[in-house]
Design a protein around this ligand. Structure first.
Ligand code: SAM
Length: 253
């Protein structure tokens, strides 16, 4: 996969992505993963933070509101154009996370990759780049779609009590996936399936220590956000994502 192809796919969904996440994130982010993200990040005031694969920037804007000095980077120029139109006090860059070529070594206290790693064709290079741009003892928070519960492969019974997953390939087979449009989207999605153990091993190879791990799900203090019993149940019974808090142990050169 060449990066211009990747950019093509993400440019095609940029406007619809902005509708999906808006200012506050979609239901999965608000109900499940954002509370974990903020718990892992703790107080970001005064920190220099990279939002890696920032999309249209809902998280960059929230980081900025909480007092962080924020850079957002995304491979899609269209995503960045939308992000820039919504906030002038975040530094937005068009670029690939596999290199982060325009960013200097040890610039950041924290890197957050919010639903980006499963979209990156080169996991190892991306984590090496995160290591390079982080200060010593810097933190990476990575949240990505749970590879054991692929949303595009599931069928729910109408009452949501039974979910059937259809696996045409081996879970252990690494592969590029093209997902047809869902919800209000009109373009395909591209992502890269790899087993969970690949991520764990790649974190270690990039000299990260796993400090926290969570499979985000709605917790009682957020139950009131659900619009129906059915919606609440959907978010209680399976994880959409995995969340890791990683600590940089050493430079890897
Ligand atoms: C699922 S979206 C998530 C966007 C944003 N983090 C959010 O939560 O709304 C994935 C984003 O990662 C970007 N992306 C994918 N691969 C990338 C790469 N190698 N380098 C930089 N950005 C990338 C896409 O353009 C897209 O905006």
């Amino acid at each position: 996969m060449i990066e211009s192809d990747l950019e093509y796919f993400w440019n095609a969904v940029a406007n619809d992505w902005d509708i999906q996440v808006g200012e506050h994130g979609d239901t999965n982010r608000r109900f499940n993963s954002d509370p974990v993200l903020w718990q892992f990040a703790s107080d970001v005031s005064g920190l220099v933070v990279l939002d890696a694969g920032c999309g249209t920037g809902y998280l960059s804007r929230q980081l900025k509101q909480k007092g962080a000095v924020v850079t957002g980077v995304d491979i899609s120029e269209k995503m960045i154009v939308i992000a820039r139109s919504k906030s002038s006090d975040v530094d937005y860059i068009v670029g690939s996370c596999t290199e982060l070529g325009s960013l200097s070594d040890k610039k950041f206290d924290m890197v957050i990759a919010n639903y980006m790693l499963m979209d990156s064709p080169d996991l190892e290079s991306t984590l090496h780049a995160f290591n390079r741009v982080l200060k010593n003892d810097g933190i990476a928070i990575v949240i990505f779609s749970h590879p054991c519960f692929p949303q595009g492969k599931k069928f729910c019974k109408s009452d949501n009590n039974e979910i059937v997953y259809v696996w045409k390939n081996s879970y252990f087979e690494r592969r590029q996936c093209i997902e047809p449009p869902w919800g209000h989207f009109t373009s395909d999605f591209i992502w890269f399936h790899r087993p969970l153990s690949d991520y764990w091993k790649a974190f270690k190879r990039a000299s990260f220590y796993v400090d926290e791990f969570e499979e985000p799900r709605i917790t009682p203090e957020h139950y009131h956000l659900a619009e129906s019993e059915q919606q609440l149940k959907k978010h209680q019974i399976r994880p959409y994502s995995v969340a890791f808090r990683l600590v940089k142990l050493a430079d890897i050169g």
